[in-house]
Design a protein around this ligand. Structure first.
Ligand code: GLY
Length: 419
């Protein structure tokens, strides 16, 4: 399906850069997508599939929050008090994931790392177990299926676990590799006819309505609809009127990647160090370990309100390794492959901002905070509907981009950063 549409659109699409061609001075599109993280790329793909001429502006796709995301798709394990609507939204997006991932791979031949292997959430000590028990009651009040396991049953499910008090098993949860996903989404968007310009959107062009943007290497993109999905930096693009600008704060997350060595591979019959995503509470501190098919384990994540700081700190790495090792002592045998930090886009109520802003033609799709990867398929479908029909589907009503507009807006001090 995308291939046929793409052929038709390629004839009228502007020159693509990033593939060796000269950067065009001006480009016209139906939709300009500012930001090529997982949200922007998924929207661009879906909108292009529906016949829209789409331009994506981003100097380095997938280099923001997506780059440091573990890719957990765990709406049940991440459910929180007073976030019932977000839980339902996340669950609905998770239901779309198997088809979303399969369609991407079919369109591009590229993997996404999607695995539906469940989540085991464990408690390290008795107090952690009490907290987990409270969480189980919350989940059950949301109607979520969750199975209570004893410590022994947890260890039977995950033989690499050390002693734990007990846990909760959710079998529908899944994970994806956000870096693979981004690569596949960019390829799919381009195959569907979207144009990617490797430039940062410097300034929104707008009069009574959004009209496009100026990019930082001088290209002008004229577009009747502009989708702002540049993560926390969405708040700092010049020319966005204060009443239309998203209210966002960067929330730092540090994350580690550990890889099997020849010795750990020889010691284990299974390439996966863990069978499923493991989340744990260790003396009140939370940690997660997300295994990939090839044996890599992603350990995350800190949550730090420090402004736009992406320093990987000794303390952050220590905290993650300390808690991960308390749950799974054998992780110390793995190779330490990477430590990274990213900035999640947090809104005042921690829920995303979706749909028309106060400026006609300017659409927001940002503020996904801890759940951008999970919420990408549903966000993309709903925003593509809005772009094509002019109507934001009811499923997004609770996350209206205008719900916080009455509150005063303050620009972030830090310079906008895409990297
Ligand atoms: N969703 C996991 C995180 O943001 O750390």
């Amino acid at each position: 399906m995308p291939a046929k549409g793409a052929q038709r659109r390629e004839q009228r699409a502007p020159t693509v850069n990033g593939s060796g061609a000269a950067t065009p001075r001006s480009v016209t599109a139906d939709v300009l997508v500012i930001g090529a993280g997982v949200i922007g790329l998924a929207i661009a793909w879906r909108a292009a599939q529906r016949g829209m001429r789409v331009v994506i502006a981003d100097p380095d796709p997938g280099s923001g929050a997506t780059h440091a995301a573990a890719g957990m798709l765990t709406p049940v394990a991440e459910a929180a008090y007073a976030e019932r609507e977000l839980f339902d939204f996340g669950s609905a997006s998770l239901r779309r994931y198997p088809q979303f991932a399969a369609e991407l791979t079919e369109a591009t031949g590229l993997p996404t790392g999607f695995r539906q292997t469940g989540t085991l959430q464990v408690a390290h000590d008795v107090d952690d177990m009490a907290a987990l028990h409270e969480h189980a009651l919350l989940r059950e009040s949301f109607g979520a299926q969750t199975e209570r396991l004893t410590g022994r049953e947890c260890r039977a499910a995950e033989p690499m676990l050390g002693p734990v008090c007990g846990g909760l098993l959710v079998s529908d949860d899944a994970s994806v590799d956000p870096r693979l996903l981004t690569t596949a989404l960019l390829a799919a968007a381009r195959a569907a006819g979207a144009t990617h310009l490797r430039q940062r959107a410097r300034r929104l062009l707008a009069g009574d309505s959004a009209a496009g943007a100026e990019l930082d290497e001088g290209t002008t993109v004229a577009a009747g609809q502009v989708v702002l999905c540049a993560g926390w930096a969405s708040a700092a693009i010049e020319g966005v009127p204060a009443e239309a600008a998203p209210r966002l704060r960067p929330v730092k997350g540090q994350i580690l990647r550990l890889r099997p060595t020849a010795a750990t591979r020889a010691a284990s019959p299974s390439p996966s160090f863990l069978n499923r995503t493991l989340r744990g509470l260790v003396q009140g501190s939370s940690v997660y370990l997300v295994p990939r098919q090839d044996g890599e384990v992603v350990v995350g994540a800190t949550q730090e309100e420090l402004g736009a700081d992406t320093t990987v700190t000794a303390g952050g790495v220590w905290q993650l390794l300390r808690d991960a090792r308390a749950l799974v002592p054998g992780i110390t045998e793995l190779e330490f492959a990477e430590a990274a930090a990213g900035l999640r886009p947090g809104t005042p109520d921690n829920a995303p901002l979706l749909g028309p802003s106060a400026l006609p033609g300017l659409v927001l799709a940002t503020g996904h905070f801890r759940a951008g990867v999970l919420l990408a398929p549903l966000t993309a479908d709903l925003i593509a509907d809005l772009l094509v029909t002019g109507i934001l589907p009811a499923a997004a009503a609770a996350f209206s981009a205008r719900r916080l507009a009455a509150q005063p807006f303050e620009h972030q001090d830090a310079a906008p950063s895409w990297r």
